[in-house]
Write a protein that binds this ligand. Structure first.
Ligand SMILES: [Zn+2]
Length: 673
């Protein structure tokens, strides 16, 4: 190839790159719906910059570096929150609210009649933001991210009027103020009318996200973003209640919700809910429900959290949006755990600003109960982020009399399907051989909450699986053996290949709990993975349980379904081999959350009898927060038996085994030390 020919090729590639980068930039920043991963975007930018550096004479007028200036960076700086940002569990009706209040009362060892004070206010459909003020000055603003680390968007919010740079009257030395960034309904319409048709936002929430998360801050600054505060993170001053805190916010001219109300009975709560629901169309911004939260901060602290959800708050959703359409066909989807879900392919409709063309039919019993068939007109319901589903039959089309029957064989691998007792779901029996289950496992293994391999998603996993480069999870670490083949694949190159290998290498350091989760064992989700990690500390210990399963049954919080699923997984030879190879490849470390050193750190506790001053749940929660392990039965591994009133046989057994017994009063004293 002569120089001229070579240069023509480079020119052509630069033009392609410029188009691609500009397209994905738009998807990511303006539409807030990226089509490729951060890493894939990086590859494009790096390739472009490398070529531009090598051939400075060929730099295009349309170079991505010119049209977005130095802003060709696809990442915001990360920002660590000083205290965790939670997300809320959902309630859908009055019964859920009653249950929620009962749960709280039980945890706090109160009777249900004991009326607690709640703050009840509209839930704005926007983005959560954490504002950090030090000595009264705004230091940083960050999105929620994973609850611990978010994106630093300080420069983007600097023009929002509702967020003061300085707090003007008496303030704590340090305070994290949390709230929602959003765009008013009217402003949303006018933003969209100024955008090209294919660039318009589907709803005001996307518009707020797309406007806030702009690397080009000048775009953020022109968008009419608003802020309403609703939460408190770390704070150097101790507020007694949300009410007191809101009073200070208002002094600092930070808006709070003017439909916020103090409620203490279910009647109060439901009547305020109905009132706001009726006002909904008159409110300036979109709301998708109401938030109910305990007013007293001391009680909030006692109630604590379960994973990502605080125990002291819940979102009561407004009823979802519905629309009617025709079912064009019914397909089956086979998931990672073999579950076969019937899916209705629909004549596309728009529900609440979102195009919907698929809806879940849940399971085969549901199809029959609802008497639904292809060509029928049905009602589709969509609530929040949940997959839309078919609620009921609207009009029967009798042209199709063939009854929908559950498939006897898996639509993917043709193995027999099975239905377990007390389960409505049909499954493929070919647990470790079905394509959908195998590929599902691999996709789960590399996904964000598991190994989190940048630039390696479903698309790549399927590509490599079909080419037989990978068959099992551990094969991912041998992909380098297929270097030449991968580089020559469509859409791959030298750079993207080496980036992938780097990402894979970076994923090798993993916490023990994430590792357990990444295996995708049925019923072993994030919560149970954490329980197992804390109990066993490392993989070798965990593997020993097949020899003595009694220990598993004794772990507080681990249910019988999880136990049998785990044992079944470990009973499989191939799984064991995989675990052993992964143990060699990965650097699995048990990440002991730093807990306060206390009398109970690392100790094994068993509770028995009725506690008087606090509930059993709260006692366990407190003990765990001080680093204790809780078991359900006394054994030679037990360090202390905590006894309440009417203690039974456990205390006899403890005496025989010579285990120390602590009464409630001493327990509370030692916990508070
Ligand atoms: Zn199958």
């Amino acid at each position: 190839m002569n120089k001229k020919e070579k240069e023509n090729l480079v020119k052509k590639r630069l033009l392609e790159l410029s188009k691609e980068i500009s397209k994905h930039n738009n998807f990511y920043h303006n539409l807030d719906k990226p089509e490729i991963t951060d890493a894939e975007f990086d590859f494009l930018v790096q390739e472009n910059n490398k070529l531009e550096k090598k051939y400075p004479n060929l730099v295009l007028n349309k170079s991505p570096n010119k049209f977005v200036g130095s802003k060709v960076k696809n990442k915001f700086l990360k920002s660590q929150h000083l205290s965790q940002m939670f997300s809320l569990a959902n309630a859908f009706n009055e019964n859920d609210i009653v249950d929620f209040i009962k749960r709280i009362n039980k945890f706090l060892n109160k009777t249900y009649e004991n009326n607690l004070d709640f703050i009840f206010e509209p839930k704005i459909d926007g983005l959560s933001l954490n504002l950090l003020y030090k000595n009264g000055s705004l230091v940083s603003a960050a999105t929620r991210g994973d609850g611990f680390i978010g994106e630093n968007v300080t420069k983007n919010i600097i023009n929002i009027n509702d967020i003061p740079k300085y707090l003007n009257s008496k303030f704590p030395d340090l305070i994290e103020i949390r709230g929602e960034v959003f765009i008013n309904k009217e402003d949303f319409k006018s933003i969209n009318s100024g955008l090209k048709k294919n660039e318009r936002f589907a709803n005001s929430r996307n518009a707020a996200a797309g406007s806030l998360r702009q690397l080009d801050t000048s775009i953020s600054h022109t968008r009419p973003l608003r802020f309403i505060a609703h939460g408190l993170g770390k704070c150097s001053f101790i507020y007694s209640s949300i009410n007191d805190y809101y009073n200070d916010l208002n002094k600092w001219q930070i808006p709070t919700n003017n439909l916020s109300k103090l409620c203490n009975t279910v009647e109060n709560i439901m009547s305020h809910y109905n009132k706001v629901n009726n006002l909904r169309s008159d409110i300036d911004f979109d709301i998708d429900g109401m938030v109910l939260k305990i007013n007293n901060f001391e009680l909030q602290k006692r109630l604590g959290n379960v994973g990502k959800n605080p125990r002291w708050a819940i979102a009561l959703k407004f009823s979802s949006e519905k629309a009617n359409t025709v079912i064009e066909s019914i397909d089956y989807q086979v998931g990672r755990t073999g579950a076969i879900t019937p899916v209705a392919r629909l004549k596309q409709i728009n529900i609440g600003g979102v195009a919907v063309s698929n809806a879940s039919l849940h399971n085969f019993d549901e199809i029959n109960k609802k008497n639904i068939n292809v060509h029928d007109t049905v009602e589709i319901e969509r609530a929040g982020d949940v997959i839309p589903y078919v609620t009921r039959l609207i009009k029967k089309n009798n042209s199709n009399n063939k009854k929908i029957k559950p498939p006897k064989y898996c639509p993917v691998c043709n193995s027999k399907t099975i239905k377990e007792i007390d389960e409505a779901i049909l499954r493929c029996s070919n647990k470790y051989g079905c394509y959908s289950q195998k590929i599902g496992q691999i996709i789960h293994f590399i996904s964000k909450k598991s190994l989190n391999i940048d630039g390696f998603g479903e698309k790549q996993a399927k590509q490599f699986f079909e080419l037989k480069f990978i068959e099992k999870c551990e094969d991912i670490f041998n992909l380098y053996k297929f270097k030449t083949q991968i580089i020559n694949l469509d859409g791959w190159g030298e750079l993207s290949y080496s980036n992938l290998i780097k990402s894979i290498a970076n994923s090798k350091k993993i916490t023990f709990e994430k590792f357990i989760y990444s295996l995708g064992i049925r019923f072993i989700g994030e919560v149970n993975s954490e329980i197992l990690a804390n109990e066993f500390n490392n993989l070798s210990n965990l593997l020993l349980i097949t020899k003595d399963t009694s220990r598993l049954k004794n772990i507080d919080g681990l249910g019988p379904k999880a136990i049998s699923s785990l044992l079944e997984y470990l009973d499989n030879k191939e799984n064991l081999n995989s675990l052993k190879s992964l143990q060699k490849i990965l650097e699995i470390k048990h990440d002991k959350k730093i807990k306060e050193k206390s009398f109970f750190s690392g100790k094994n506790l068993v509770f028995t009898g009725t506690l008087v001053s606090l509930s059993r749940d709260e006692a366990k929660y407190l003990a765990k927060s001080k680093g204790a392990k809780i078991s359900s039965a006394v054994s030679k591994n037990t360090d202390y038996l905590i006894i309440g009133e009417k203690a039974g046989s456990k205390s006899e057994k403890a005496k025989t085994l010579g285990i120390k017994i602590i009464n409630e009063k001493d327990f509370v004293f030692k916990i508070n030390q």
